[in-house]
Design a protein around this ligand. Structure first.
Ligand code: NOJ
Length: 812
């Protein structure tokens, strides 16, 4: 099984330092003769180097490299934790003496303008060549002003807003001295048992790619040397989300086609968007741990994609090569990692300790080490640290920007757009939501309603629980003075304590309407927080049933970081709102939606199953030879639960309603260089303004390999006033039809395609067209060194979308 297209010669970007092993040249020789003309033509096109650096930067860094000692070079590759991180122990960095000696290139989890300035001063005044330090931190969804968790942001389907969220995070973090964030996390996740599903953009590679690119643009801006932009790190490379059994850090064993069609696209979108850094993942892929995966790091990422940024290990990832069983000791682990392309050793300190001996023995070349150091120094140069090592840490800016009114406003806007209305059944004559602000009394029930820490999610940066607006506070702040808001905890999110049920029943009985907040604490959806059951934890479902039985109009608000299986609630409770972990402005944003100041527009970026036993469950599944049919026993389904999701990918309601006309296709057949326009008339049929996320999916009816039933290939957020209607059009080009075939070539094959447009992956209008190629042409082949799906707020991106395909002859 191959994970690289063996017919494509491996190609190094022109400027890459030559640490390349002779086996690369051998592969070129072996396969270049076998490559078809089309592939050779593509290979001849030099990939642009990303991220871009100036000749001046190269010159400066090379001159510096020439005078550095080996000890100092390995120091540049060494990252040590500072004051504890959410995932690491509280470890002392080894003191200022280590900085002075040049043994540390970067810190993890150290921030604060004063603190970082102090340490930087030691480095630039007292270390051998005065090389500035990098300060890195997990700024995932906000620094001090916390934005919704990434999965929630993905529910907005709004790359521009997501980009602006990352911009705010960068603005705040840089003021506090941070140069390097370990985000965006772009792992596709189709198994909600996996706790880190919360950190990514969900199950879909198209949506995930657009948001990956948006976040990179947000963090890095257009000028990395500006004092409010930082290095973005795309992580975790790769297939970390494919962990077997949804168990964190577990093995990923997947086909090369799934790797290339599903897991890799967001990485390629992010590196094409200019991401400076990539983090290796803890998992193995088909037997090779990613920290030792030379094929995918050096071969695919660097050689084929032309990316030459800084590849950082994950926390003790180098050390863990021993536990994986591919390295017998620290020397082998360090050697494997650095020769596979891992530049920076986070926490293990194996490079510094073991590489000198490996180099003396000739097992690791100086050129290999120099390549890694060069990348780190280029990052420091590009940030402008050699001009002014203190440019980012700015106490005055820190005071002005952290948690500023403008930043809170941005977080509230993002949070409002992240909320998904799952159910809103009519009670009496009208839907239960939105609520009137002057209701006589509202009961709020559930421990999560007063949990500011959970509102911030599990990667809270420098966020503070007490600075997050809780759900209860948000509701209290929104209602009229005359409204009585009562509260009872009922039960915690976990545990067996139901002693609060009586109080919950009491407040529910005394209220006109009940808002029940259930779901997860932030530490239930996070790293190392996989769950064997995605049903509601603890006594929460019993609480919902108990309160619901009282018969008051009841709304369930879900607060969680993963899709939860809530079949009973979905069936019995009239209104259900998915509000995730929304950050600093959680309560305000939720109240905006509950009381109708904002019409919800979020759509699920991930499928919600009915039961844990259904997972993995995702919309872009394959058909199988026996697609499920209720009336037929011997088809692919369960005998105890329906095979369908509880709520499908792309689903979300609004306080208004939208009607889709049948599809209009501009043609029924396209050729290799044509495009097709697919349009629909969308009407707001309700009585208030709203935003609909119009989604376009494709199905390749017959392929040389089996194809998913549907794949997202476009979406638009469309705002319509009450009664207003608009034609919404999408343009498809042949590259949108492509997939990785048995040889891992990216091809569009002739034949019939179904196209679907609608308000979710299931509720769609349908059309059909043909891709017709000239005779003798069996498929169109597309370049693989550019991202297919991307998003750009202005800076150029290397998207392959729309690039013409090359005809592949029948003789292959
Ligand atoms: C481990 C996590 O996997 C990674 O995402 C994070 O960036 C590092 N720890 C550093 O905190």
């Amino acid at each position: 099984m191959r994970y690289l297209d063996a017919r494509r010669p491996l190609m190094r970007p022109a400027r890459l330092p030559m640490s390349w092993c002779p086996c690369g040249a051998l592969i070129v020789l072996l396969f270049s003769t076998a490559a078809p003309a089309s592939a050779r033509a593509q290979a001849a096109r030099p990939a642009p180097r990303t991220p871009a650096v100036s000749a001046q930067a190269m010159h400066f860094v090379d001159s510096l490299l020439a005078i550095m000692s080996l000890d100092e070079k390995l120091g540049q590759l060494t990252q040590v934790p500072g004051q504890g991180t959410p995932t690491g122990p509280k470890a002392l960095p080894g003191g200022e003496a280590e900085i002075r000696a040049g043994h540390i290139g970067s810190f993890l989890g150290v921030y604060g303008a004063e603190t970082t300035r102090q340490l930087q001063r030691v480095a630039v005044e007292s270390s051998p060549h005065h090389i500035p330090l990098l300060f890195s931190h997990d700024v995932i969804h906000g620094f001090r002003t916390i934005f919704p968790v990434p999965l929630a942001e993905a529910a907005s389907w709004d790359p521009d807003l997501v980009m602006r969220g990352a911009r705010v995070a960068a603005d705040e973090a840089t003021a506090a001295g941070v140069h390097w964030t370990f985000a965006p996390m772009v792992d596709i996740a189709r198994d909600p048992r996996w706790g880190r599903i919360v950190e990514g953009s969900g199950e879909d590679p198209y949506l995930g790619s657009l948001l990956a690119a948006a976040r990179v643009h947000g963090f890095q801006g257009t000028d990395l040397a500006a004092n409010n932009t930082l290095l973005a790190t795309v992580k975790h490379f790769v297939a970390y989300g494919a962990a077997e059994g949804g168990r964190d850090y577990n093995v990923a064993d997947l086909s090369p086609q799934t790797l290339h069609d599903v897991y890799l696209p967001p990485f390629q979108a992010a590196v094409d968007a200019g991401a400076w850094s990539v983090m290796a993942s803890f998992n193995e892929v088909a037997g090779t741990p990613m920290h030792a995966n030379r094929t995918l790091i050096d071969g695919l990422l660097r050689a084929q994609w032309g990316w030459d940024g800084v590849l950082v290990s994950d926390y003790t990832g180098v050390l863990e090569l021993i536990a994986h069983g591919v390295a017998a000791d620290s020397a082998a682990a360090a050697r494997l990692a650095i020769t596979s392309g891992v530049d920076v050793d986070m926490v293990s300190q194996f490079y510094r300790r073991a590489l000198p001996e490996e180099m003396r023995n000739g097992r690791v070349s100086l050129a290999t080490v120099d390549s890694a150091v060069r990348r780190v120094l280029l990052a420091k140069y590009s940030l402008g640290l050699f001009d002014d090592p203190f440019r980012y840490a700015d106490p005055a800016r820190e005071r002005a920007t952290l948690l500023s009114v403008a930043n809170r406003r941005a977080a509230r806007e993002m949070a409002r757009e992240s909320i998904v209305l799952l159910k809103n059944a009519p009670l009496a004559s009208r839907p239960l939501l939105p609520l009137a602000k002057d209701a006589r009394s509202i009961a709020v029930i559930g421990a999560l309603a007063v949990d500011g820490k959970s509102a911030n999610g599990n990667w809270w940066g420098d966020g503070r629980a007490e600075e997050a607006v809780t759900i209860l506070d948000g509701i209290r702040g929104a209602v009229s003075k005359a409204t009585r808001v009562t509260f009872a905890k009922g039960t915690e999110a976990t545990g067996t304590d139901s002693s609060g049920f009586a109080a919950a029943r009491r407040v529910a009985r005394g209220a006109d309407v009940v808002i029940l907040v259930v779901g997860e604490r932030e530490d239930q959806s996070a790293e190392a927080e996989s769950r064997a059951s995605i049903e509601l934890s603890g006594m929460q479902e019993q609480l919902v049933r108990t309160v619901h039985a009282i018969g008051k109009p009841t709304i369930v608000v879900l607060m969680n970081g993963r899709p939860l299986a809530i079949p009973w609630i979905a069936e019995h409770v009239p209104a259900v709102v998915e509000s995730w972990f929304l950050g600093s402005e959680m309560g305000n944003a939720l109240a905006d939606v509950l009381f109708g100041d904002v019409n919800p527009s979020g759509k699920l970026p991930v499928t919600m199953p009915r039961a844990t036993g259904q997972v993995p469950l995702y919309y872009a599944h394959k058909r199988t030879g026996r697609p499920p049919r209720a009336e037929e026993k011997y088809t692919s389904k369960y005998n105890d639960v329906a095979w369908t999701p509880l709520f499908p990918f792309g689903y979300g309601l609004s306080y208004t309603t939208f009607q889709y006309s049948p599809l209009v296709l501009s043609t029924s057949t396209i050729g290799a260089r044509d495009s097709i326009s697919v349009s629909v008339q969308l009407r707001n049929t309700g009585n208030r303004a709203g935003v609909e996320v119009v989604q376009l999916y494709l199905q390749d009816e017959v392929g040389s390999l089996t194809r998913p039933v549907k794949e997202l290939r476009g979406f638009q957020r469309v705002a319509l006033g009450a009664g207003e209607s608009r034609r919404v059009s999408f343009t498809l080009v042949p590259s949108d039809l492509a997939f990785h075939d048995a040889d891992l070539a990216l091809v569009a094959e002739p034949g019939a395609f179904r196209v679907y447009v609608g308000g979710s992956s299931e509720d769609v209008q349908e059309g059909r067209f043909q891709l017709q190629l000239t005779s003798g042409c069996t498929a169109l082949e597309f370049p693989r060194d550019r991202a297919r799906f991307t998003w750009s707020d202005g800076p150029p991106s290397g998207a392959a979308r729309g690039l013409p395909g090359t005809c592949r002859g029948a003789t292959r």
